[in-house]
Write a protein that binds this ligand. Structure first.
Ligand code: TYM
Length: 337
């Protein structure tokens, strides 16, 4: 499909069965709205997932659940191209090329790698984890993406993508679009409900502050009701002094569509408990239909397969063209068919 809409591309890992509220509010929610205005490519990044050890059956299952969830939150295969990264071999192919354009020191400066490898220790850290951001660069450049909707933690990887695109273009001629991050300030970083100074993450030391969309609703509403708040009692927005309350207000605002100042006024004269109770109710109402839709997609594996086959075909058409141009610019002898 030829379109003059700007192009967006993004990806999400299938590493745990359920996405969490940070994934959704930081990135996936924007994917859903951008499919209306942009030529949108979204993928489940299973190649990225194996940078840490995976059980094969679990990976397969989590990949399906991830796709069903993306459909469940509102991606529409008629409006976007939804696919699995490993179904498009050009990712690994351009990934290799980009490895050869990246300085070792440049890759070593990636903070996500430093954090993760620091926690795991060098012996348990794979070379794949080290080159992970470079595969992400290839993911983005293959589609000539103008914008990349992600959370704040991915900003550095988008900067790397811009640097490598510019480097390749200036050495070998204009080949790749230099993309911009698309990060919404209000939801760029959703914090852990128990530790509102750390981002919500599946690798947190305890799952108590992590809200998984597919968990039993009761489990999540309990977590919201026991979120850590701050000293004082007045509901107001202050990221430094009231990190916990401010996080809850941002989540409320994103789900309810009401602005933070409006919410502060709404809770005037009431205490933190009122905010938590209302947010728990709001969340429960919002997530129930998402869970229901996700289940119905999981109950129809043939339809899921059809969506993915069509997505891979559309993705390969674009990725194949970019890879062929890049190979030619590099000086690879064209294979005659
Ligand atoms: P992943 O799978 O860790 O996360 C998916 C998306 O969720 C966002 N996110 C958050 N946003 C706000 N608050 C949080 N607490 C939070 N936690 C996660 C992430 O920023 C991300 O946008 N490397 C990527 C996947 C990837 C990709 C790509 C992204 C692979 N190739 C190409 C864009 C373009 C990752 O591991 O995301």
């Amino acid at each position: 499909m030829v379109t003059d809409r700007p192009r967006v591309l993004s990806g999400i890992q299938p590493t745990s069965g359920s996405f969490h509220l940070g994934n959704y509010l930081g990135a996936v929610r924007q994917w859903v709205s951008l499919q209306e205005t942009h030529d949108a490519f979204y993928m489940v990044v299973d190649l990225h997932a194996i940078t840490v050890e995976q059980d094969p059956a679990t990976l397969r299952e989590n990949t399906r659940v991830s796709v069903a969830q993306l459909l469940g939150v509102g991606l529409d295969p008629e409006r976007c191209t939804l696919f699995i990264q490993s179904h498009v071999p050009e990712h690994a192919q351009l990934g290799w090329v980009m490895n050869c354009f990246t300085g070792f020191g440049e890759a070593a400066r990636m903070t996500q790698f430093k954090d993760k490898s620091g926690k795991q220790g060098a012996d348990r850290t794979t070379v794949g984890l080290f080159t992970y951001p470079i595969l992400q660069v290839a993911d983005i450049l293959l589609y000539q993406a103008d914008q990349v909707p992600v959370g704040e933690d991915q900003r550095q990887h988008i900067e790397l993508t811009r640097d490598l695109a510019e480097r390749f273009n200036s050495r070998l001629g204009q080949t790749f679009t230099v993309p911009n991050p698309y990060i919404l300030k209000e939801t760029a970083k959703i914090f852990d409900l128990q530790d509102p100074t750390s981002k919500m993450s599946k690798s947190a030391s305890t799952p108590k502050g992590l809200v998984n969309l597919l968990d039993e609703v009761k489990t999540s509403t309990k977590k919201i009701k026991s979120a850590v708040t701050d000293t004082g009692t007045v509901v107001s927005y202050d990221e430094q002094e009231k990190a916990g309350v401010s996080n809850l207000l941002r989540i409320h605002s994103a789900i309810s569509g009401r602005s933070v100042p409006e919410l502060v006024e709404h809770f005037e004269g009431r205490m933190y408990g009122a905010l938590k109770t209302e947010l728990a109710e709001l969340y429960a109402e919002w997530v129930a239909p998402i869970q229901q839709r996700t289940r119905s997609y999981l109950d129809d594996p043939a339809e899921l397969d059809r969506v993915l086959a069509r997505g891979a075909e559309k993705a390969r058409a674009v990725a194949g063209e970019t890879l062929a141009t890049a190979y030619d610019r590099i000086g690879f002898l064209a294979a005659k068919r």
